[in-house]
Design a binder for this molecule. Sequence first.
Ligand code: TXE
Length: 489
Amino acid sequence: MDIKNFIDNQECIPLSGLWLENVNPAIGQVYGEIPNSGADDVEKAYQAAVAAFESWSVTTVEQRSKIMLKIADLIDESLEELAAAESKDNGKPLSLARRIDIPRASSNFRFFGHAITQFATKTHETTGKNTINYTLRKPLGVVGCISPWNLPLYLFTWKIAPALAAGNCVVAKPSEVTPLTAYLLGDIVKKAGLPPGVLNIVHGLGGSCGQAIVAHPGIKAISFTGGTSTGAHIAATAAPMFKKLSLELGGKNPNIIFADCDYDKMMDTTVRSSFANQGQICLCGSRILVEQSLYEKFKADFVKRVQELRIGPPDHPDTQVGAVVSAAHRDKIETYFAEAKNNPAHDNASSVDAYNILCGGKRQVVQGHENGFYLQPTVIEVNSNYCRLNQEEIFGPVVTLMPFKNEAHALELANGTQYGLSASLWTNDLSRTMRLTDKLEAGIVWVNTWLNRDLRTPFGGVKNSGVGREGGFNALEFFTEPKNVCIEY
Ligand code: TXE
């Protein structure tokens, strides 16, 4: 299946005539090609976008809202096709794509289709001085949206929807690893009546196609989700050009469990927050910290639950753990297995890098899918928060486990990384909840829940987890420029 670029509401091939292979991770086989687009393709997309901007930017919010709500309805109508495509491209269970990924893509358009009709600015009356100030919020123009492979359509639309709602035109690039649902979105927006050039989708590598978007002098803002190192590179390119930047980057999120928690609900949720989407969610709780008094019981119960998880082909209804997204990513995750195996805790108990693999740590052979990229869900006990596996984002079906002595120790461990995206806290003690949620270094803190999302809330991280906030009016503010007008009368 050959995927094409979507420019000016037309499918088109890369001007270079160069293509990239697209692999199905469940079977480890190439199933199609995607454009290996370059700066000339990005320029073509930009020209279509800038030509469309004059009319799109002066549509009424009701006109924009109507088209966005139609896109949401068409995504809902294409649920099965889009879910199958997402699962095929990413390796995630089909059931997960059907239940989470695609419905959320539809919600993104529906949410911002409504939000834009409620988005307003302030006026400031200066009494006694016959002066009134009012603030306009204008669309930026042509903006760039670049998204990753873990939640392909979910995160692609999370950026595109507010950008369009705010009156911008978009040059968007999905990950080259999971391009299929972005390709299918082109036909959907066209059917919904989005005018030509308003949304342009170019496929290709980050270093060439993505870089061309970031470096394009006419593209006014970049909304990016992906790795921290890539985010730093994008910032280095865009900052001297004074572009607006929204960077949603990596995480190494603590999951803090106190003995007074609701144990069964915590256990069910912790299995999910550890291994959903094969652990390839930036919000996964990859560092599990358990109060000493509960530690041994939790360890035994959790390992048992993890060993019961069903690894299998993504399209099997019972599959809970599918394939990781690529051979390269599988190999990267396996370097952490090797690190743990090469530094067993019993040999050097006192050293920082000492590990005890409690379960997993190996590839899983799936009958009939022997060439697929399957890894066993893995739990590794660590004796220091400052070991490599607790400091680096592994982004796979791997969690670490260690006890904490008390609240102060839990906070020190939780905040002890370069990241600050999210944190989970399990306790029924209200005062403790207020103390810890105040001190945790994270953009999002979940208490007695996980991935419980209200799209109106600010979404993003601190420290090396990024800059800026997506979601709700935060996203519409990012994709608009305020202008203050002061009138004396
Ligand atoms: O991200 P990349 P990848 C983390 C996770 C993962 C790591 C790499 O640790 O292992 O990032 O994953 C485009 N200029 N997260 O490879 O490389 C690229 O083509 C412009 C966390 O997916 O950052 C893709 O479309 N664009 C994250 C997108 O950036 C560039 C989710 C992401 O690619 C570019 C995914 C460049 N120079 C990975 N280089 C989260 N926070 O959810 C690459 N790209």
